[in-house]
Ligand binder design. Structure first.
Ligand SMILES: [Zn+2]
Length: 233
């Protein structure tokens, strides 16, 4: 077998690696992903993420989403799907919306495929009221994403809003605005978290190493900007 990203032959080091590892990525590619348990609050809602959104993660996500490389779907939750299943047992995953045109073009719903290994019920309840892609919009329009619930959707009591990454957070914010937090228990899971979002959360001492120069600019924004994030756990 070969690594899905770099095409290297998959060699497993050590007895455990040889017998048990079926990671579709080679050890070198996997090492470039920055695994971290990220706990923060987004608009007051507990958010958990499992990777720092770095170049390696971004490259893989682009190959999966834009180059329509469906085979990469299992690499994102590889080794963590079971833990996520237990963490969110009883919750229903609500996918952040993809445009209908994109799903048709790819031939698969990228987020649904990526999150399936969690083994939780999945709903795709949101649609964008403006279906133009982010790239087609002017910079000042990108922040204002307007969503609505699809007709006839019945929302479960326990909701897990899920996305591949959190960048500006505008889609998540739009989704939250449609949900009644008194009637639903809401949690957010994003596979990766962008560094500017990480900088907005108050750092634990052990997080400081990952907050780089570019992130420190974001931290100033957190103090003076309209967003507020707090550490939860
Ligand atoms: Zn590789």
């Amino acid at each position: 077998m070969r690594c899905l990203l770099c095409d290297a032959i998959l060699e497993r080091s050590g007895l455990y690696g040889t017998l048990f590892s079926d990671d579709p990525l080679c050890e070198n590619c996997r090492k470039e992903w920055q695994r971290q348990d990220i706990h923060m609050r987004f608009e007051g809602v507990p958010l958990y993420g499992t990777y720092v959104y770095n170049d390696a993660f971004s490259k893989c996500l682009i190959q999966y989403k834009e180059c329509m490389d469906e085979a990469l779907a299992p690499v994102f939750l590889y080794g963590i799907a079971g833990q996520l299943h237990h963490r969110y047992h009883g919750y229903t995953v609500l996918l952040m919306p993809s445009s209908a045109a994109k799903i048709k073009e790819r031939g698969f719903h990228h987020l649904e495929k990526m999150l399936e290994p969690m083994g939780l019920p999945i709903l795709d309840p949101f649609e964008k009221t403006d279906d133009r892609s982010q790239k087609e919009k002017h910079a000042d329009e990108r922040e204002s994403i307007v969503l609505r619930l699809k007709e006839g959707i019945v929302l479960p009591k326990k909701i897990l809003l899920a996305d591949d990454t959190i960048t500006s957070g505008s889609t998540l914010r739009a989704a939250l605005s449609l949900l009644d937090q008194r009637r639903h228990t809401i949690r957010i899971y994003t596979v990766s978290v962008n560094r500017s979002q990480l900088a907005r959360k108050l750092p634990f001492p052990w997080d400081i190493a990952i907050i780089n120069k570019s992130a420190s600019a974001g931290k100033k924004e957190a103090v003076h900007g309209k967003f507020s994030f707090q550490v939860t756990e």
